[in-house]
Design a protein around this ligand. Structure first.
Ligand code: AMP
Length: 430
């Protein structure tokens, strides 16, 4: 007797991406690669798992990502490994390991691929998700600290979103200053919180002690009026950090990239210095951040490398695709081949394969039918999967004149084999 088996499903928080949605993913990736090329970025591919301590040091021991969300496991030799929750730490590790600081100029590296965080899944938030990101870094002598690098990367992102057809994005910008500025601001905040924190949520009461800056991330509605009264980080920046930020905004103004200043944008990762930013999109609901990033001037040293100031971002590809699909009414356009070749009888199967090959080699998108199908069944299959049907019977094979029906118009045409590719390349409009 058969033992009933339970259906195995994809693990919670992970998903299968199916056609036609994968077409949208591919077009997003192609557009990103084209924009990266124009800005002289080159691809880096790093492993999906790393030593756990890389993320502990590179992302921050105290961050939610490291304390609560990382998929960490013990390898058979007892070492602790983690699925990457983000890619910046890996890129910096590779930069240090392969001595990329010895290469001329700033390094401009981009990546795309899956990241893993054990978050509570919801629309736009998954446990395996994809990021497209980039980093610009190099020794200080390469100009990697320049505010122009910050402005360039922001202008590139504005271009990429426009290129993708994402309208209505907002760029939120802030400066969190140097590590010393941040330490000073943390003290100012700690003092300011002393008198108000008892009226705030439990998390904020804990943060007020451990890391006051994180209070600014609080989403609890009742805490918001209190947070609005707290001192802002801009007032704790030293002269150099102020000047840096002023040059970033001046370059953005010159390039006409719109932005809004958000004093509360301190971001979840510990390593940010100076410029931090987020691009948000109204159509995304609660998870409205499309991408985020910032400058991380001390990160390389934190991982044990040479001084390598830099700036980078990571864009949530899942959310990008969601906003594109929202613009198309949630559905990717159905996929239709240029033509469906219908052999009339099984003896014509080999000739149909040859004809399909001929057309495919000319760049056409061809679906191949099956000679055992009756003509009616071929028509039904063709109409669902292709814009046209090409009928291949004995007569057509001998005469070299094929019958083509264009579904959008219902018109049937006789086309000589030599002209078939050109005919099929014409759009099948109704
Ligand atoms: P972060 O590395 O946290 O700055 O995230 C950068 C971007 O990645 C965010 O703006 C999101 O678009 C995306 N992202 C982060 N976490 C998730 C997740 N769990 N699911 C889907 N996208 C995510």
């Amino acid at each position: 007797m058969d033992v009933p088996t339970t259906l195995i499903r994809a693990v919670k928080g992970t998903r299968d991406l199916l056609p036609p949605a994968t077409e949208v993913w591919n077009s997003v990736e192609a557009a990103a690669r084209a924009v990266f090329r124009a800005y002289n970025y080159h691809e880096i591919r790093t492993p999906i798992f790393e030593e756990t301590q890389l993320f502990a040091r590179g992302v921050g021991e105290e961050t939610d990502i490291v304390t609560k969300e990382m998929y960490t496991f013990e390898d058979r030799d007892g070492s602790s490994l983690a699925l990457r929750p983000e890619c910046t730490a890996s890129v910096i590790r590779a930069y240090i390991e392969h001595r990329l600081d010895q290469r001329p100029g700033v390094q401009k590296l981009y990546y795309l691929g899956p990241m893993f965080r054990r978050e509570r899944p919801q629309k736009g938030r998954y446990r395996q998700f994809s990021q497209i990101g980039a980093e610009v870094l190099g020794p200080p002598s390469s100009g990697s600290e320049s505010p122009l690098r910050d402005a360039e990367i922001l202008e590139m992102l504005a271009t990429l979103l426009d290129e993708l057809g994402i309208t209505g994005w907002t760029l939120e910008l802030n400066s969190v200053g140097s590590l010393a500025d941040r330490a000073r601001y943390n003290e100012v905040l700690r003092t300011a919180l002393d008198s108000v924190v008892l009226g705030m949520c439990q998390d904020c009461q804990r943060r007020a002690v451990t890391n006051p800056l994180r209070v600014l991330d609080c989403k609890v509605p009742a805490d918001q009026p209190i947070i609005e009264t707290l001192p802002v980080i801009a007032d704790s920046l030293d002269e150099a950090s102020r000047a840096h930020f002023a040059q970033v905004t001046a370059a953005l103004d010159a390039a006409q990239v719109p932005y809004t200043l958000n004093h509360r944008l301190v971001r979840g990762l510990d390593y940010y210095t100076r410029t931090t930013f987020e691009f948000t999109h109204g159509g995304l609901g609660a998870q409205n951040a499309l991408l985020g990033g910032g400058r991380y001037d001390g990160l390389s040293e934190a991982i044990g490398g040479p001084k390598a100031p830099g700036i980078g971002f990571a864009m949530g590809e899942d959310r990008l695709v969601l906003s594109l699909l929202a613009a198309q009414d949630q559905k990717a356009a159905p996929l239709k081949a240029d033509a469906f070749i219908a052999p009339l009888g099984e003896t014509l199967n080999p000739a149909a394969l040859v004809l399909a090959r001929e057309l495919r080699h000319k760049g056409l998108w061809i679906e191949l039918g099956e000679g055992s199908f009756r003509l009616k069944k071929s028509f039904e299959a063709a109409e669902k999967t292709a814009g046209r049907i090409v009928i291949l019977g004995e007569d057509e094979l001998q005469s070299g004149i094929l019958t083509v029906k264009t579904f959008a118009t219902g018109i049937q045409t006789k086309v000589p084999r030599a002209e078939l590719a050109a005919f099929l390349a014409e759009p099948a409009k109704g």
